[in-house]
Design a binder for this molecule. Structure first.
Ligand code: SAM
Ligand code: SF4
Length: 329
């Protein structure tokens, strides 16, 4: 799949549910109303759409949400869909999770051919963890991480850098990840969806964070690339990798290879753009998939050259209305 700017689109991120057992304050408001279950693509439909993408050249697929592991039946879906790893058409199937259900699922995920996962963890302090996630228990996540390692899953930790919350802890996070053998990616807050407050209160520029980390760690720019918004560094002392995702302070769009499918079957070609294509209606309208294929072709023409996020003091409202949990982080 080639877009209008000659980028090959090979990476699909799929939100399998907007629901979540946490309520991280930067992601969703405490009293969020989730979508009616009937709005979601069924697993059968999800399989059909994702399979069509694989047939058209998607080689990497990430399941996300919401919390992907809270959707009932998710493991059966993954088991079935992993057939594309078996044929070699799909090179990587992976997932981003808050880790709360990992103790239960880690071994099964590995058995399905998932080799690497991203686990979100913003702090190692149990009280701050409860504050940020509003209802998460850090011990569940830590048990999940133990299980993931026992199962042989390679883990990358995602940490949203939050002014006044975890900013003084980030160096300790680098150390802990080094000891555990985890790579770490730090993320800037993005203005997606109303969260019932002002995100700029906690916005932390990662250039400043990097300068601070360089007092404790030797960071060497790495050539590692994923086609996404992260810049990578090798950490001399730990041998692990540090990623910095700075979509707001830096443009990353020239090499973007990804698109996002929401849990309702809407396809966004850019996290920072409102235009989209409704694949659910296209799929339901025509069993021979002609309409689905046409909708996918149309989507490729929508992928913009670059995103249009703005986050600045006093611009605390969301740049885009939809939440990360619907679009998939
Ligand atoms: N529930 C899973 C999790 O937390 O890993 C998967 C979905 S979550 C939306 C994916 C990632 O997006 C998480 O690492 C989360 O911290 C991040 N995220 C959510 N809202 C964000 C925002 N407004 N800005 C930046 N990152 C955000
Ligand atoms: Fe749930 Fe992930 Fe959003 Fe936190 S970041 S509320 S864990 S979807």
């Amino acid at each position: 799949m080639q877009d209008s700017f000659d980028r090959s689109i090979t990476y699909l991120r799929v939100s399998v549910t907007d629901r979540c057992d946490f309520r991280c304050f930067y992601c969703m408001p405490e009293n969020i109303e989730f979508l009616p279950r009937t709005d979601l693509l069924s697993f059968e439909e999800l399989d059909q759409v994702c399979t069509r993408f694989v047939e058209r050249g998607v080689t990497k697929l990430r399941l996300t949400g919401g919390e992907p592991l809270v959707r009932r039946g998710i493991l059966d879906f993954i088991k079935r869909f992993s057939r594309h790893l078996g044929t070699g058409a799909l090179k990587e199937l992976t997932l981003t999770t808050n880790g709360s259900q990992l103790a239960k699922y880690a071994f099964d995920l590995k058995a399905c051919g998932i080799n690497r996962i991203n686990v979100s963890l913003d702090t190692l302090d149990p009280i701050k963890f409860a504050e940020i996630t509003r209802r998460g228990r850090i011990n569940d996540v830590l048990a999940g991480l133990d299980a993931a390692q026992e199962a042989g899953l390679k883990v990358k930790i995602n940490t949203v850098a939050l002014k006044g919350l975890n900013e003084l802890e980030l160096s300790a996070m680098v150390k802990w990840c080094g000891e555990r053998g985890f790579d770490l990616t730090l993320i800037e807050t993005m203005p997606l969806g109303d969260i019932g407050g002002d995100r700029t209160d906690h916005y932390l520029n990662l250039d400043t964070v990097r300068t601070q980390l360089e007092r404790d760690w030797t960071l060497t720019p790495s050539t590692h690339r994923t086609g996404g918004p992260a810049r990578y560094y090798e950490i001399g002392e730990t041998g692990q990798r540090l990623g910095l995702i700075t979509p707001l302070s830096e443009h990353f769009c020239d090499t973007c290879n990804r698109m996002r499918l929401t849990c309702t079957g809407t396809l966004y070609m850019c996290l920072g753009q409102d235009r989209s294509v409704n694949l659910r209606d296209a799929l339901r309208a025509d069993a021979r998939l002609t309409k689905l294929n046409a909708a996918m072709d149309h989507a490729l023409t929508l992928k913009p050259k670059g995103h249009e996020f703005v986050i600045a003091p006093g611009r605390g409202g969301p740049a885009l209305k939809r939440h990360m949990s619907v679009t998939g982080g």
